[in-house]
Design a protein around this ligand. Sequence first.
Ligand SMILES: [Zn+2]
Ligand SMILES: [Zn+2]
Ligand SMILES: [Zn+2]
Ligand SMILES: [Zn+2]
Ligand SMILES: [Zn+2]
Ligand SMILES: [Zn+2]
Ligand SMILES: [Zn+2]
Length: 406
Amino acid sequence: MVDNNKMGIDPVLVANPPLPQGTLCPICGLLLRAPVLCENCDVLFCTACVEAYAKDHNGACKMCDVFNKKDLKPASSIVKILGGIKLKCVHKNCTEVTGYLEWEVHITKCECRVVTCKYIGCAKQFMKKEEAEHWKICEYRTEGCPHCKKLFPHNEIAGHSEKCDMKPMECRGCKEEIQLGKLATHIKTCGKIIVSCQRCDAQFVREKQKEHDCVACLKEEIKVLKNEARRQNQILERLEGRTVIMAQCYHFNNTIQEGLDAETFINSGWTVAYDEYYSHPTTNEELDSIVSKYNKKRIVCIAGKKKECNLIKLAAFGTIGKVFVHTNSTTNTRNIGEVFWYFYPGNSFGFSNESNVFLNCADTTEGNKRLSWHLKGTGGYRVGDTIKLNDNKEWKKIILISPEFM
Ligand SMILES: [Zn+2]
Ligand SMILES: [Zn+2]
Ligand SMILES: [Zn+2]
Ligand SMILES: [Zn+2]
Ligand SMILES: [Zn+2]
Ligand SMILES: [Zn+2]
Ligand SMILES: [Zn+2]
């Protein structure tokens, strides 16, 4: 086979022997290949042969010795004769026969020629026609990323294309196609991304941020502030109300009063702890239970009034801890401020504006600033100068307790 060195063509390849006369090269003895004519000696040679011979022989022609490169001319006279020769392909497995003039082209393009795999690292050889199939399975093959088009070893392409900067992604805000490598930056500025307000709980698309900050969020803040102001005002009003009650308490404490409006006291937070007709038999236990039920520092108002009338005829004020102290004698009183208190269990409970009392089962001493209730199992007895109320259902015994304030 004489494929790669361009010497003559082996006559065994001739498909239609015998060879015509004058078609052998006098140097290689084979069928002329790329023939040239030496005009000096009028002999045909293979181009490769004549050049190789001249190189080895000081530029001489094998036949005429006085060879000059200018003497070599294209062998046009022989072309027609050579064109009639049929040649077999030099490549194994190829059965094709071509004309002499087409032969050179065929053997360089022949599908049966042996080629080496194009991928770096793979040295496999195969026929040209098997090349495409091999490339598909070659373990050294490379593939182009569908996004960036760069080449990667086939076993890395899946991993790369998944993370390729140029992989198209959809922005979750504007839904536009953004390359993966630019997505993070885009999302930081995309107007359609939902963001949360730093001041309130609101959420909105980013392009509405300024509007929200200037309008909705301020309105929300104003609403919160208004609520806060309303709350503060309520506290203020409560405190102011409380100072009024406290002033009232300090003003009345340890005094005897006539003609007060009971409703006013109840409306400002006083508790009705006792409300019975004069006919009701008041007991020690009823009075003692008030001491145990309420803070002893709260002020108590002991009063008498007509039913269905808000006006208190007579009342005295003192702190619970000091009013309900047992005196245990028909003449003893405890003086606090302008009030003289007595609480003789089983006898009577009440107050007077003077120290002289005579508890004949109730204070029967003359005077209109004396209040006295029996404690012996019967109703009675007096509010001011209205006396003998033992079976009375027109007058009521009232005990009011001040709000807890100290
Ligand atoms: Zn030759
Ligand atoms: Zn010659
Ligand atoms: Zn071939
Ligand atoms: Zn390969
Ligand atoms: Zn890529
Ligand atoms: Zn976007
Ligand atoms: Zn906001």
